[in-house]
Each structure stands twice: as structure tokens, then as C-alpha cells.
Ligand binder design. Structure first.
Ligand code: NAP
Ligand code: GLV
Length: 309
């Protein structure tokens, strides 16, 4: 079997080395060097050129090398019937939990204000905020959102979640579906989006839904930039309806030099690195799925093409 690493612009060595070590009887090729397209049975893909996947007539499995799969499900030439899997892995989850907790706590403990005060040599007491009555909302209670919610709950916050389907998680109030969105937002002092990029989630944080947040809410986005209508978020920051935005993902990446987010005094920009796929930990999960494919066993972390995630 040949396994093709089809991730243009991403380094390949850290992925190929563990793949070759764990699959010594298979061939591992790095696109665009494909000696025989008919031998490719597994593709590891990230932002592949559209048209490329249809070149492999014996493809049996496509694995994203990250949690997101919009680059696959939106590819108009995606071959019918080939299963798509994605990454759910502990290091990735830990990274995302750290990101969300970090940014919630920075606001909750007035870190940005105190850093400004330190620069001004200003000794200024700021009132403590009450953790159990501070509500953090997680948009997208999946592998990453569910883990972030659990840690925030453990710290002592009131935590609420919104997802497509209802969830029964002890101590975390669940909202779901389009009708549950505004009631969910209306209680959130902090709201963190960990939603995938699908037709339903695009622009979900817009003028109308942002208006449902309590005044002064903090918006965090580490899912996908497409969830936010930028002009509407900037307008809400201008009026103070949203007090701060912590953004890791953007509608255009890299974030263009002329984006107002770069210099906005109440926006924290990070370069889409909330949670990285670390090859040494992710490759064994991909190899597990390749072994399952060979053994005819059910695949893990299967993507539902019709839902888009
Ligand atoms: P996941 O397990 O598939 O969870 C997705 C969650 O979103 C689920 O709870 C799902 O609801 C919910 N959802 C999807 N569409 C919805 C809709 N229309 N209405 C309401 N809820 C909806 O995905 P994950 O592994 O947690 O990853 C989430 C996303 O994080 C990825 O898709 C990727 O875009 C992003 N990500 C970002 C980084 C970064 O570094 N910034 C790193 C990794 C991942 P149900 O539970 O009801 O299905
Ligand atoms: C990163 O953004 C991922 O989807 O894993």
C-alpha cells in the first residue's frame, strides 16, 4: 500500500519519519512526488489542491491531519464513498483547553488592565470577579469544546454549552439548535466558539446574535474565523457591547496587514496556534485507522460528509 502525504506548504519530515517507522511494509510518498497514483490507498490531506483527490483510483481512506475537515468536505472533486477521518488526540485537546482557559482567566482576572497599569506605574486595585456566578459559554461541545467546558467547570465557573444535539453533561447546562442559540448567548459573560466551519456555522456570530450577549461580554474564537462577521464584531467592540475579543482564527489567514484586529486596543490576536497537530502524537492515531481499514474494523473519528464535520 502507498500512503500519500498531501499537505502543500507544510513540512513533511516530522510526519513521514513516524509513518515509515510504524508502517515499515508500506510506502510513504510526499506530494507532488507520486510514482504510481494507482498504488495510493490512503491520503493524509491538509488544504490539498482541488482536483487532486480524484487522481487516485484506488483510494480507500482520507485522513485530515487536523481536527477540521472543511478542506475535504468542500472539495468538489472529493471521491464518492471514500471514508474521511479526522484528528481527535490528547495533545491537540490539551492545547485547546489551555487556550480557552488562558483567555477566559486573562479577562476574569483583569490581566490586560493590570498590564496597562503596570506600564503606567499605576497601583490600582480592581475588584475581584466572582467565579461561580460568572458564566462561560462554549459554542460547539465536541471533542475540544467538551474538554474545555469540563476544565472551566472544574475551576469553578458556571459553564453552559451549545451544540447541534442536546448534551447531558453533569453540571453543564446544555442548549442546542438554532432556537437555543440566543437563550444560550444571553447568559454568557465569556463565549468561546469551537465550532467547525460548515454552511450552518458561517457568520453565526453576527450583529443579531452578538446583540443577544450581555453587555461587556468577552468573545473568544478558536474554532474557525468563518463563524464571525468581522464588521459586526468590530461594531460591537466599538460600542462596548463586546468588551474584548480573543481571536485565534480569521476569515482570511494569515490575517492581512490592514486588518483592524491587529491594532485594536481590545482585541488579542494569535496566529491560529491554539491547538497544533503534533506529528509524533497524531501519526499513531492515523496508523490506528489504517490498521483498522486493513482489518475491516470500524474507523475512528469518522466524518459525516452531509453534516460537514
Ligand atoms: P467536533 O468534535 O466535531 O465538535 C463540533 C461541535 O460543534 C459539536 O458539538 C457539534 O454539535 C457542534 N456543531 C457543529 N455544527 C453545529 C451547528 N450547526 N449548530 C450547533 N452546534 C454545531 O469538533 P472538535 O474536534 O471539537 O473541533 C472543533 C473545531 O475546532 C474544528 O472543526 C476546527 O475548526 C477547530 N480547531 C481549531 C484549532 C486551532 O488551533 N484554532 C485546532 C483544532 C481544531 P453536536 O455535538 O451536536 O454534533
Ligand atoms: C486546526 O485548525 C485543526 O483543525 O486541527
Amino acid at each position: 500500500m502507498a500512503i500519500l502525504y498531501l499537505c502543500p506548504g507544510r513540512e513533511s519530515e516530522t510526519w513521514v519519519t513516524p509513518l515509515e517507522r510504524l508502517l515499515p511494509n508500506d510506502e510513504v510518498w510526499v506530494w507532488p512526488e507520486v510514482p504510481d497514483p494507482a498504488k495510493v490507498e490512503v491520503v493524509l490531506a491538509w488544504k490539498q489542491p482541488w482536483d487532486e483527490l480524484k487522481r487516485y483510483p484506488n483510494l480507500k481512506l482520507i485522513s485530515s491531519i487536523g481536527a477540521g475537515v472543511e478542506h475535504l468536505v468542500e472539495d468538489p472533486t472529493l471521491p464518492e464513498g471514500v471514508p474521511i477521518v479526522r484528528i481527535v488526540e490528547d495533545r491537540l485537546t490539551i492545547g485547546m483547553v489551555e487556550y480557552v482557559v488562558l483567555h477566559v482567566l486573562k479577562r476574569h482576572r483583569w490581566v490586560q488592565e493590570m498590564e496597562a497599569n503596570q506600564r503606567a506605574k499605576l497601583w490600582k486595585w480592581l475588584p475581584p470577579q466572582d467565579t461561580p456566578t460568572t458564566t462561560v459559554g462554549i459554542l460547539g461541545m465536541g471533542a475540544l469544546g467538551g474538554a474545555a467546558a469540563a476544565v472551566l467547570k472544574q475551576i469553578g465557573f458556571r459553564v453552559v454549552g451549545w451544540s447541534r444535539s442536546p448534551k447531558a453533561v453533569a453540571g453543564i447546562e446544555s442548549f442546542h439548535g438554532p432556537d437555543g442559540l440566543k437563550p444560550f448567548l444571553s447568559v454568557c459573560a465569556h463565549v468561546a466558539s469551537l465550532l467547525p466551519n460548515t454552511p450552518e456555522t458561517r457568520g453565526i456570530l453576527n450583529a443579531e446574535t452578538l446583540a443577544a450577549l450581555p453587555r461587556g461580554a468577552h468573545v473568544i474564537n478558536a474554532g474557525r474565523g468563518s463563524a464571525i462577521v468581522d464588521a459586526d464584531l468590530l461594531a460591537a467592540l466599538e460600542t462596548g457591547h463586546v468588551s474584548w475579543a480573543s481571536l485565534d482564527v480569521f476569515n482570511t489567514e494569515p490575517l492581512p496587514a490592514d486588518s483592524p484586529y491587529w491594532t485594536h486596543p481590545r482585541v488579542t490576536v494569535t496566529p491560529h496556534n491554539a491547538a497544533d497537530s503534533i506529528a509524533d502524537y497524531v501519526v499513531p492515531t492515523i496508523v490506528e485507522n489504517i490498521e483498522r481499514l486493513r482489518a475491516g474494523k470500524p474507523l475512528q473519528n469518522l466524518v459525516d460528509r452531509t453534516r460537514g464535520y
